[in-house]
Design a protein around this ligand. Structure first.
Ligand SMILES: [Fe+2]
Length: 504
């Protein structure tokens, strides 16, 4: 099938796969009760409680410490936030409707605003007063099987800016355009007529020349759609890459020469029942595959066998002079944290442990070899970020959220700076009742040195029921926050965000 025919067929069908309701799940209503009972015993569940679909107006946050003069702009964050619709509580953390938060930095301090993305799903369910569509991990019989990808789209994973547009990203469908000043939803983003409605994943990567690379995985078709978008926002190219098997792919890597995809042995099986997530099965004995695609000629695709591991996010990737590709990331023995942990937490049960290890790996496309070593000091970490000026080239520093193991649950209580050259990890530990989320690196505009800038992100003090925005010196996180801005309310735990400097 050629590209045009494929896109036509694809757009007319459900790219995420066939999903059917199942009866062997406990009704959503009982999960709601179970969660509210558990919350009384386990205050750390607060970040997973969710809110009804109300927006947050602009409020000034209470400041402690000094905001650096050169740190001006907006931190946008996105995440699942409405977990109960009508009487039904979702069965997976990833199902909640996306709430985009804006933390605006000025000489007067930091303000917060939050607004739900008005997806088609959010709007129709708000109007009806009950859940209508299935979710990524929720497939009750009372819910409708999706007719297309965007029927389940909750726009809840990431938020980026490109070519002046603010985009709320999901994984299985279109991006949603938002007004950067008001957070109002403007509608679905369409890159071109023949890519309308196709999956556009939540972790695009930007080259040094401003080109935005992204992908979408087309489960039913065993293919990847690869997007190349110019700095001015025009779609330069879209390619279809046939996969050896349909896997779940959350993030990818770019180097100067290649696009690199890791396909964990998490196989999509059309014969399985239940939600989209339920259609995947873990086959560790089959091992995984790394796909290395030439950026300048997407017909040059190499498949390299790799061991079985699950991965959500990558820190850094780059080309070595010997032709190999070096990369680093947290990995897991299985995807259990997603298949079980983020289900359990929705009914108030424990996520036993994060269980990630940190891998420094090397792929050699010419030799078809893969080697790796563990970085033990970075075990139990997630949400790796780098100085984004080093995307695709060697980065010395990664910034990670880590679990000390001292919490009663698998939350993050450390923010870390990993120096891979020196093999050293420094960190700040949050308070005992505080769970931290992704912190992003913001470059100091006065310096072009890697790692000189700030780490900016949120944490929830579940005892005091307040969310704070934290600012660390990225070179010395161990010194603790240089400034903190506290909201008078808790925000639901989110996923990813990005900082947009003023004037950029
Ligand atoms: Fe992610």
């Amino acid at each position: 099938m050629n590209r045009r025919d494929f896109l036509k067929t694809f757009a007319a069908s459900l790219a995420m796969g066939t999903v059917s309701g199942i009866s062997n799940v406990v009704a959503g209503e009982s999960w709601k009760k179970e969660f509210s009972i558990a919350l009384k015993e386990k205050p750390w569940l607060l970040g997973y409680e969710g809110i009804s679909g109300h927006d947050f107006g602009v409020t000034a946050l209470t400041q402690k410490g000094q905001l650096p003069d050169d740190l001006r702009g907006v931190l946008y964050r996105n995440g699942p936030a409405q977990h109960v619709v009508g009487d039904m509580r979702y069965h997976h953390w990833f199902d909640g409707d996306g709430l985009v938060n804006a933390f605006r930095f000025s000489e007067d301090g930091v303000t917060h605003q939050g607004r739900f993305v008005r997806t088609a799903k959010f709007q129709s369910e708000a109007k009806a007063g009950h859940a209508i569509e299935q979710g990524f991990g929720t497939a009750l019989l009372s819910l409708r099987s999706p007719s297309n990808n965007d029927a389940l789209n909750v726009a809840n994973i990431n938020v980026i800016t490109h070519a002046g547009e603010l985009l709320a990203l999901w994984e299985g469908g279109s991006a949603y355009r938002l007004d950067p000043d008001t957070l109002e939803t403007l509608g679905l983003k369409t890159w071109s007529a023949d890519t309308k409605g196709l999956p556009f994943s939540a972790h695009p990567r930007k080259d040094a020349n401003g080109t935005l690379w992204n992908f979408g995985y087309a489960t039913s078709f065993g293919a990847l759609i690869v997007y190349q978008i110019a700095a001015d926002g025009t779609l330069k190219n879209v390619d279809l890459i046939k996969l050896p098997y349909s896997s779940m792919v959350h993030d990818f890597m770019i180097t100067e020469k290649y696009l690199v995809f890791i396909l964990p042995p998490f196989h999509y099986d059309t014969s399985r029942q239940g939600s989209f997530l339920d259609h995947f099965e873990w086959y560790p004995e089959r091992g995984g595959v790394a796909l290395v695609i030439d950026k300048n000629d997407s017909s040059k695709v190499q498949e390299i066998e790799i061991p079985a591991f699950w991965v959500f996010h990558f820190a850094n990737a780059y080309d070595e002079p010997d032709g190999s590709i070096a990369f680093s990331c947290p990995i897991y023995r299985t995807p259990n944290i997603m298949t079980q942990g983020f289900r359990n937490v929705m009914r108030g049960r424990e996520i036993s442990s994060l269980g990630s290890r940190f891998m420094s790996a090397r792929l050699h496309p010419g030799k078809r070899s893969f080697t790796y070593e563990e970085v033990p000091e970075a075990a139990a970490s997630e949400f790796p970020r780098i100085d984004d000026r080093r995307q695709g080239v060697r980065a010395r520093f990664s910034f990670l959220m880590k679990s000390s193991g001292e919490l009663s649950h698998a939350g993050f209580d450390r923010i870390c700076r990993l120096d891979q050259k020196a093999g050293a990890l420094t960190f700040y530990q949050f308070g005992a009742q505080e769970q931290a989320e992704e912190h992003v690196f913001v470059a100091n505009p006065r310096s072009d040195q890697e790692g000189q800038g700030w780490l900016v992100g949120t944490s929830l003090d579940y005892n005091r029921q307040r969310t704070s925005l934290n600012v660390f010196d990225a070179e010395k996180p161990e010194n603790g926050p240089i400034a903190r801005f506290e909201a008078a309310f808790p925000l639901p735990f989110g996923l990813h965000g990005n900082f947009v400097p003023t004037g950029s």
